[in-house]
Design a protein around this ligand. Sequence first.
Ligand SMILES: [Zn+2]
Length: 243
Amino acid sequence: MKKQLFFTLAMAFSLPAFASNPLWTYEGAKGPGHWGELSPDYGTCHSGKFQSPIDIRQPVNADLAPLNLHYQNTAETLVNNGHTLQVSVQENEEVELDGQKFTLQQYHFHTPSENLIAGKSFPLEAHFVHSSDNNELLVVAVMFNIGAENPALGPLLAALPEKIDEVATLNQPMNIRPLFPENLHYYRFSGSLTTPPCTEGLRWIVLKEPVTLSQSQLEKFQHALRHANNRPVQPLNGRMIVE
Ligand SMILES: [Zn+2]
């Protein structure tokens, strides 16, 4: 009896550990301050000069082209990979930037936000990861504030997989436009992946206007992720932010 109780407790305490042996984590010995040491492939996390996320301050006024989102309804799959909740989409969603087409590959969520705007953190940030034909990456980030329930998050939260790496299919096509604000004004800068291997040379766009989600929607994200998944902000090192 005693033994069984111990076993049950051990199981309970071991549950928060995600994928049996993750290569990197958001805290402890494999946390962000150590990513650069964990693998030769992760060196840029430590030595990189244009790392993400950043605190967006003192942007320079520029004549930025409007952002054209050509997003349509699409059927998708959802996975909790232990680091984030990630949604894969069919590759027919495009953004045009610098005369190039960038195709949406996946989007995922960080809570709290990774980027800050003038020092302000947001409870949730979505990253829409696009790539060009030359494999150049563009991330479009959207901040969320607590407020009205966000209808576009409903189908995702309803389909949350119980287990790590279990793939859930969203059967009905989902309109992701409500994940973006009406006003698509943005900040732009150069940065990196915010997770190992922290590869640089990414185009970053952070929309200025947040959208909303309800407190209970946020709690579902937090419960599914079980831990904060935001890398701390990185030095600008002379990078210019334009708006
Ligand atoms: Zn991200």
